[in-house]
Ligand binder design. Structure first.
Ligand code: GLU
Length: 407
């Protein structure tokens, strides 16, 4: 996976002609931490897991990025995703570097008590390398505000009151209003900015969303309240389709009551992976990486792909989309709403002053619109893919900071 993100990086670096020296400074992670997490299960048995924190680059500010709890978490994945965070933070111009990490566990097999023990153990194992001015974790796949609260509490127990050590906390515990919806809302703003260039609005398009977790759920909401027709959504168990448009609020209510889409009455149930091939204008992968590969690109009917997930498109698939005239709005831009509002949360923690939701939404809109404009303008001017333009903006900013700081 790291080879894939490196591929995109090198492609842009070559066009820019930044030279081997800077390329070498920007490519590899600065630190890789791997820890063994041993806990006692509720049954009294011992269980061990492996935790990672990869810090890719901090030329522009403290490392920043999520923690995911998933069986696929390993060093390669964490490194790839950490690099994406470096570029993402630079593209939307928040003052951070990039990091990522997590634990190779499946939270569905863990009781709340076990999840808390794993989280506290992991936090104490990495407490020397994180901190409000050092590295600030956040939620990612299968992690949530409760887990962030435990991280804050454990870190503060060791280091004194430190709410700014982690973002995505509960609003009742130094979290920010609007952080939960931020990635989904940011994706909606990014789509709106792109559609402006097609003289269209959100309401003029149909959408399919793969994944109905934190990102997909809020994205569906923000598209549908703007008149967008969401025709299909999926989760880990299955997918539902209604070509006339789903009643998104009813679907959200169903999922919050039943925990999954399965059984939702006003739609056709379709096999989970068929979601990617449904008839729609805009396809949004909002779950895990590696969704579009050279094996399945030809089956995709949408003409716009919006990467709400991190790394959903392999480089071969990306090239095939380009050749077929399918536009891709890349992860490093499209899903940056999360890190943007994480930045707002961190600033509020440091200022010890709470902003309100309207303020946060309009600032998120400003950050996302500005970044999208910069990237889309460059892509248009140089006639290059949006992803390449996004990497050029990012590499330019991180490279500049690196050179200014000195080696
Ligand atoms: N996990 C999110 C991402 O991949 C958010 C990271 C953050 O808020 O630091 O962008």
């Amino acid at each position: 996976m790291f080879d894939q993100t490196t591929y995109y990086f090198r492609q842009a670096a070559e066009i820019m002609g930044i030279g081997k020296r800077i390329q070498r400074l920007l490519e590899n992670p600065q630190r890789v931490v791997k820890v063994e997490i041993v806990i006692e299960r509720d049954s009294g048995e011992l269980a061990t897991f492996t935790g990672f924190r990869v810090q890719h680059n901090n030329a522009r500010g403290p490392f920043k990025g999520g923690l995911r709890y998933h069986p696929t978490v390993n060093e390669d994945h964490s490194t790839a995703l950490a690099a994406l965070m470096t570029w993402k933070a630079a593209i939307v111009d928040v003052p951070y570097g990039g990091a990522k990490g997590g634990i190779n566990c499946d939270p569905r097999d863990l009781s709340p008590g076990e999840l808390e023990r794993i989280t506290r153990k992991f936090t104490s194992e990495i407490s020397d390398v994180i901190g409000p001015n050092r590295d600030i974790p956040a939620p990612d796949v299968n992690t949530n505000s409760q887990i962030m609260a435990w991280i804050m509490n454990e870190y503060s127990r060791l280091n004194g009151f430190s709410p700014a050590v982690v973002t995505g906390k509960p609003v009742e515990l130094h979290g920010s209003p609007g952080r939960d919806e931020a990635t989904g809302l940011g994706v909606a703003f990014c789509i709106r900015e792109w559609l402006k260039r097609e003289d269209a609005e959100i309401k003029d398009r149909t959408y399919a969303i793969q994944g109905f977790g934190n990102v997909g759920n809020f994205l569906a909401h923000h598209l549908s309240i703007r008149g967008g027709r969401v025709v299909a959504v999926s989760d880990v168990f299955g997918a539902i389709l209604n070509p006339n448009g789903l009643d998104v609020e009813a679907v959200r209510a169903w999922v919050s009551e039943h925990g999954k889409l399965e059984g939702y009455p006003d739609a056709e149930a379709i096999p989970r992976d068929d979601l990617l091939y449904v008839e729609c204008d805009v396809m949004v992968p909002a779950a895990l990486g590696g969704v579009f590969t050279k094996e399945n690109v030809h089956r995709v009917k949408a003409t716009l792909i919006v990467e709400a997930a991190n790394a959903p498109t392999t480089p071969e698939a990306d090239k095939m989309f380009q050749d077929a005239g399918v536009r891709v709005l890349p992860d490093v831009l499209a899903n940056a709403g999360g890190i943007i509002v994480s930045y707002f949360e961190w600033v509020q923690n440091i200022q010890q002053f709470r902003w309100d939701l309207d303020d946060i939404r309009s600032r998120l809109d400003n950050f996302m619109s500005r970044a999208a404009k910069t990237v889309f303008d460059l892509a248009e001017k140089k006639e290059i893919p949006v992803r390449t333009a996004a990497y050029i903006v990012a590499i330019g900013r991180v490279g500049k900071a690196t050179v200014l700081s000195g080696i």
